[in-house]
Design a protein around this ligand. Sequence first.
Ligand code: ZN
Length: 296
Amino acid sequence: MEQWFEQVFFFPSATTTGSAGVVLSCGIHGDETGPIHLIQTIHQLLVTGHLQTQRPLLLIYGNPNAIRDNKRYVDFNLNRLFGPTSHTGAETLRAGDLMSACSRFQRQVGHVACHLDLHSTIKPSLIERFALRPINNRCSSIQWGTHLVNAGFGGLVQQSHRTQTFAQFTCDSLGCDSFTLECGSHSQPDITQFEALKNWILTLLADPGFLNQQASRTTANSTFKHFVVKEDIIKTTSQFKFLIDERTPNFTLLPIGTDVYEDKNGILKTSEARYTLFLNSKVEIGQRAGLLLSNI
Ligand SMILES: [Zn+2]
């Protein structure tokens, strides 16, 4: 094991050579303790020799300063800084370190199979655990829908705008399959909720052929939901306000004709049925205050 930056650890493959690498990250938002505990558990298994990874692994605690202070970020939302930015501060420097670590990882291992960036949501969700996939023009041979079901996820949201998230960066720069995994809400940091994900990750690391195997389908496949982002709601002025209760859980259905928010350009009314995600009017001006999805 090598430490490349603060809280960034490289584990070479224990025995096999040539297997594709995996990037696991958590704590990009420092107060998302459930996923951090899950990664700490896996980290302990590796360090104590109870788990030997058969793939090269880059294991990342995203924002150590914010994790220490148990807050979302110190200066700025780290998950918007993986790319060109005019922001300066602790998170900008950290994003630079993490991008360097990922590039070094790819140079060293050749091929990176996937990056899983573990988060938890601020508010409860009607689909408790779900994945977001960045914009990706490649076709993957991996049956991600079935893998996500087996890892305990109930839905997949396909992004339709490019944002400077960690997952979008690794997808673009490493050419791997990247996901932001929302592993439940802050209010439920109980690690036992993550048992399916933990077991899935342990198998991923222990079996280099696992991702490309025909994943066995379960009955949960039929309830797995697919969404696509139809609108990024950007807070453009201080007058921005939601006209619906923004405390409603993620994936709340807004019927056609719902007045969603008001800003300097007037009121946004839904022209089709939409589902809510990450509504939060308290973000800084210019930042995303939520997403509207359609079910596909
Ligand atoms: Zn997060």
